[in-house]
Design a binder for this molecule. Structure first.
Ligand code: HEM
Length: 160
């Protein structure tokens, strides 16, 4: 998402690399390396784009939809709301100016009986989405370091 544009801008502008170029979009910013993860992901435009694309794929995936409770609760009507809440959560935990107002993750996934296999599939789909948006390895690793610990709030060991 950022690397190509960043190296280009770095070459062209050298010391002016911290100047923000363009407006919005997932790849329009020249962001310093020490900026918060939120900024390095392109702020809300970048995060909401990645989350939206990820959830579009996630809600249609055969492994995820093999879970009957997920099939029942993740309807087309709830998808925009889940996108909003996941964007807001990612914004907050990456150092952005948002305040997540959704349910506690354990509560949100209560009764869904999310299995290890579904979790692993979610990780693959999320990785593919990040790669499709050219999110660099450093930012990808930082996101997974944040995501990893939520597993125990979401997965029910031994389900299915
Ligand atoms: C395989 C893994 C996952 C599955 C199958 C899953 C499934 C679901 C489903 C079906 C809902 C809607 C529940 C309802 O409306 O009753 C939901 C809500 C939500 N999920 Fe997940 N989820 C998974 C992983 C995650 C992860 C890793 C995160 C974030 C770290 C997350 C964040 C959320 C949030 C923020 C909501 C909305 C909470 C609210 O209603 O306020 N989910 N999830």
């Amino acid at each position: 998402m950022l690397s190509l544009r960043r190296s280009l801008v770095g070459t062209l502008l050298g010391a002016l690399v911290s100047v923000t170029l363009g407006t919005g979009g997932a790849c329009a910013q020249a962001t310093p390396d020490d900026a918060a993860l939120f900024q390095r992901l392109g702020g809300l435009p970048g995060i909401s784009l990645v989350v939206s694309d990820f959830i579009d794929v996630f809600v249609q995936d055969a492994v995820i939809l093999s879970n009957p409770e997920v099939r029942e609760r993740k309807t087309p009507d709830t998808t925009p709301y889940i996108k909003f809440q996941v964007t807001s959560l990612m914004c907050e935990v990456t150092g952005g100016p948002c305040q997540y107002t959704g349910l506690d993750l354990r509560e949100a996934h209560d009764g869904l009986n999310v299995s290890e296999e579904e979790w692993d599939r979610m990780v693959v789909l999320f990785s593919e989405t990040l790669a499709a948006h050219e999110v660099p390895q450093r930012e990808t690793e930082e996101l997974f370091a944040i995501l990893g610990p939520t597993k125990e709030e979401i997965v029910v060991p031994g389900s299915r």
